[in-house]
Design a binder for this molecule. Structure first.
Ligand code: SF4
Length: 892
């Protein structure tokens, strides 16, 4: 047992909840993490991802030194080359021939330096961030309504509201600690909860009402709500009169949306629509939380404004327990918005197109050529890379080959670009494969900076580990290149505190109109004070104490006339409809235990156990029509390409729609990059791409054989048409399928299961050519090296148990035979797929305990421990119990 010391307070690097974490490093270097009881975002709670952070810190696969054209290089050589190539492109083709594509994973200090270099000194605004893909429509909607990108409320409002409406937000999986706060408030005070989502997600476990609306019909639903609040006289005339404008136009746009028209357009039944409207009308204290289901749409900005309109018209904004609430996907999406990380912004919520703002920033930075026009937004930026307008591109902390829509086009664009730099923590990603220069970045726990969460709370991320070998913080990399490009005077930073101090000073400067963002209290921050900086909400003005803040209860919007705009949002039906060749709608999103493209969460065996393979969730009716069966493989085909994934039949899915998670890449699966199916269609206001509405066809993939394998070392080459691999505690587990049958199964097993230099193993095998079943286990002494199970249908073995045998001594023949059988035998209850990641409790164990009892989630917790640590699995346990009671299959 290692002795822990040096607890360091830091912030989780995953979702926008921004939970505080206490990390401790023991004498032997072992890291442990726990929730920070004093952090106001989570008060000690963590979800499954946050709780497993220590297991993601392995240095395996880390990029440890600069690489130029595949060869190890020194920092000076690499930085000189980057500066020279960017400088050469600018000199020959102008500033708009270069671009940065950065990330909501970056810290605010990284963002600030990147933005200053590109907009203030290179003189182009070609810098955009992957946050464009997750919340740009919220930014546009806020700016249209409020005149600024201001989130009015705070997390506490979810606990003070009488009604919480969740739109396009699977809070239980995507913002789990916020879900837990809401769930606890519901238990204490009976908060009503409405979930508006085409899918019946885990979040619906605490919903009083679920509206499984048709994809893309949200604007009609909220226009109908605006019409209803007007009809029921719950418009707050005083608030509207004093603080808003343009309500008449919005009401005119809403007029066609009576209940029956809303029901027809949304595919909901009329009583469900009426119930939702009644709840909104009857409850003064309403919070509407919305997320990617709203933002990731070609009409995302209109969806946002349609929601904001209902709150502005009823004056339900800025007071405790009221308000619209955009929750962000990434840890520092908000920080990026504040610091000007998007191609159409300047720092501190100033606008690139506002001459007064440009003047303030240019003078403050002492720059000679500030960008005058908005730069290319993410999708347009990669189009410009592909068609040759961008000659040099620097990608930092993101994986666009997987995450951009039309992802194959993004990959081809990188191959066509004359000079691509990628800064990352990992050596091998689908994007690093296309870089001319790779720069090794410091990872979470190895760097210092600040992040802003969804409630405008700025917290410190703190360093508690040394970075391996030559890794460096991202701000340092931009700073060094800026100096080499001749801007040393403007880039004097030696420490992130220097950067925050400058940024805070800029936020204090007078501008040509009112502005919300002000953190001038940090303008003189010293390095010691930076080290001790406590989480605070902005605004945090010089001379004032930090305090929790809300906006707009008394108006004071950031438009010229200080009034909000109630924006007319006529509903337009989606511009693509599934039909003919592509009759289903593809929706993409996250799963509970994975993050983005798995570069971190994919390292933790217990996080990969929840879903070990890429999958498509499909309704039973569509399963019947398409012929794809549960647990079989399916091909998802769009106009752009296809992927092959496991089928999960579930009535949680809306008929006509299928869901595929975003996480799998070519590093973990043969063909599961879902964004290669998604066309690059964007919202005309925000530039955010649509991710929820792609017409697709689903057909069965019918291989000659299916396989499951475990092995001690990660396989380097898997010679099958389908494969998906995930780490297990003592090795790897791989699902396989292939259309051709090998001549020699034992040879295939050895090639797949053993490293090239392995000695000849002991082989235990069973072959039944008639049934097509083959089982091969390879041993060295009393240790299992690997096992392969093959069948003509999906293999039925106890997967978790087989994977566990890699770490067990198998010194008697019976134990070896049980391994070959693939089941523990005896009275041992098989685990099934893992539901509770903290205690590794599987679905079969929960069903066993729940059967024949009046089980509750708490009872399962008492008996098995499941759901009693981070609590992220409690909605699924509840769903499994319901499945046992009703005799139905639990969905994911
Ligand atoms: Fe991290 Fe989970 Fe908290 Fe999000 S909810 S910040 S992923 S611990």
């Amino acid at each position: 047992m290692s002795e822990a010391f040096k607890p360091v307070r830091t912030t989780c690097p995953y979702c926008g909840v921004g939970c505080g974490i206490v990390a401790s490093v023991a004498n032997d270097g072992a890291v442990s993490v726990r929730g920070d009881p004093d952090h106001p975002a989570n008060f000690g709670k963590l979800c499954s991802k946050g709780a497993a952070l220590a297991e993601t810190l392995s240095l395996d696969g880390r990029l440890r030194h600069p690489i130029i054209q595949g060869e190890k290089a020194g920092w000076d050589e690499a930085l000189d080359l980057v500066a020279e190539r960017f400088g050469r492109a600018i000199a020959k083709y102008g500033p708009d021939s270069v671009a940065f594509y950065i990330s909501g994973q970056l810290l605010t200090e990284d963002y600030y330096v990147a933005n200053k270099l590109m907009k203030g000194f290179i003189g182009s605004a070609n810098i955009d961030t992957n946050s464009r893909l997750c919340m740009a429509s919220s930014v546009s909607g806020h700016k249209r309504a409020f005149g600024s990108d201001t989130v009015p409320g705070c997390y506490e409002d979810l606990e003070l509201a009488d009604l919480v409406v969740l739109v396009g937000s699977n809070l239980a999986w995507c913002h789990p600690v916020l879900y837990q706060r809401l769930s606890a408030a519901r238990e204490q005070r009976g908060t009503k909860i409405v979930v508006i989502d085409p899918r019946r997600t885990a979040t619906c476990e605490i919903a009083d009402l679920h509206l499984p609306l048709a994809p893309g019909s949200d604007v009609a639903l909220f226009n109908g709500l605006l019409r209803e609040v007007a009809a029921k006289n719950v418009i707050d005339d005083d608030y509207v009169e004093a603080h808003t404008t343009e309500i008449t136009n919005a009401l005119t746009a809403a007029r066609p949306w009576n209940i029956s028209n809303v029901a027809r357009e949304t595919g909901l039944d009329e009583p469900t629509v009426e119930d939702f409207y009644r709840l909104f009308v009857e409850n003064q204290k309403v919070v509407t939380v919305y997320s990617q289901g709203v933002n990731q749409s070609t009409v995302g900005t209109d969806k946002v404004n349609a929601i904001l309109n209902c709150h502005l018209a009823t004056g339900r904004i800025g007071r405790p327990g009221t308000g619209p609430f955009s929750v962000t996907g990434q840890p520092n999406a908000m920080g990026g918005r504040e610091v000007g990380g998007l191609a159409n912004q300047l720092a501190c919520h100033m606008e690139l197109e506002n001459a007064g703002h440009r003047e303030i920033v240019q003078e403050f930075w002492g720059s000679t050529r500030i960008a005058r026009n908005p730069g290319l937004k993410a999708v347009d930026l990669f189009e410009a890379v592909g068609d040759g307008r961008i000659k040099a591109l620097w990608i930092m902390g993101t994986n666009p080959v997987d995450s951009l829509p039309d992802a194959d086009a993004a990959r081809a664009a990188l191959d066509a670009c004359p000079f691509v730099v990628v800064s990352d923590v990992e050596r091998r990603t689908d994007t690093t494969a296309h870089a001319h220069v790779l720069l090794p970045s410091a990872a979470w726990g190895e760097k210092d900076g600040t992040v802003t969460n969804s409630e405008r709370r700025i917290s410190r991320q703190r360093r508690f580990l040394p970075g391996p070998e030559e890794t460096k913080p991202d701000w340092w990399q931009f700073n060094q290149v800026a100096r080499r490009m001749g801007f040393s005077e403007a880039f004097p930073y030696e420490h992130p505190a220097d950067i925050l101090a400058e940024y805070a000073s800029l936020s204090a400067l007078d501008s040509s109109g009112p502005r919300d963002f002000d953190i001038s209290a940090c303008a003189d921050i010293t390095r010691d004070a930076y080290e001790g900086l406590e989480p605070f909400q902005w605004p945090f003005k010089k001379g004032q104490a930090a305090a929790d803040t809300r906006f707009f209860a008394e108006g004071g919007f950031f438009t010229q006339d200080r009034r909000a705009r109630i924006v007319a949002t006529p509903h337009h039906a989606p511009d693509v409809t599934p039909s003919g060749e592509f009759p289903l709608v593809l929706n993409t999103g996250r799963i509970r235990d994975q993050w983005h493209t798995m570069t971190r969460t994919g390292k933790a065996a217990r996080l990969t156990q929840h879903f070990t393979e890429p999958f498509v969730e499909i309704h039973p009716e569509d399963s019947a029509t398409t012929g794809v069966k549960n647990a079989q493989l399916a091909v998802i085909q769009s106009a752009l390409g296809s992927i092959t994934v496991r089928t999960l039949v579930s009535d949680s899915q809306r008929p006509g729609s299928v869901f595929v998670p975003i996480h799998w890449t070519d590093q973990q699966a043969s063909s599961a990059r879902v964004d290669r199916l998604v066309a690059a269609r964007t919202d005309p206001v925000s530039g955010q791409p649509e991710s929820k509405l792609t017409p697709v066809a689903v057909t069965p993939f019918e291989p000659a054989w299916h396989g499951f394998a475990v092995m001690g070392e990660q396989p380097r080459h898997i010679p099958t048409d389908y494969w998906a691999m995930a780490p297990a505690k003592a090795g790897w587990r791989v699902e396989l399928a292939c259309t051709t049958t090998p001549d020699d199964w034992s040879r295939l097993a050895k090639n797949l299961l053993l490293p090239d230099d392995a000695a000849a193993p002991d082989i235990l095998a069973y072959h039944d050519a008639t049934s097509g079943q083959h089982r091969i286990a390879l041993f060295e002494d009393d240790r299992l090296l690997g096992a392969l199970f093959v069948n003509t249908s999906p293999v039925e073995v106890s997967r978790s148990w087989v994977a566990e045998q890699l770490s067990v001594r198998l010194d008697d023949p019976a134990a070896r035979l049980r391994t070959l059988a693939g089941h523990p035998g005896g009275n041992i209850v098989e685990k099934g797929e893992v539901v509770c990641a903290c205690f590794e409790i599987g679905v079969d164990q929960i069903i066993e305990v729940a059967s024949g009892t009046k089980a509750t989630v708490d009872y399962i917790g008492k008996m098995l421990g499941a759901g009693t640590n981070c609590g992220s699995c409690r909605p699924e346990i509840s769903r499994i119990i319901k499945g046992v009671i009703t005799g139905t299959q639990p969905g994911p």
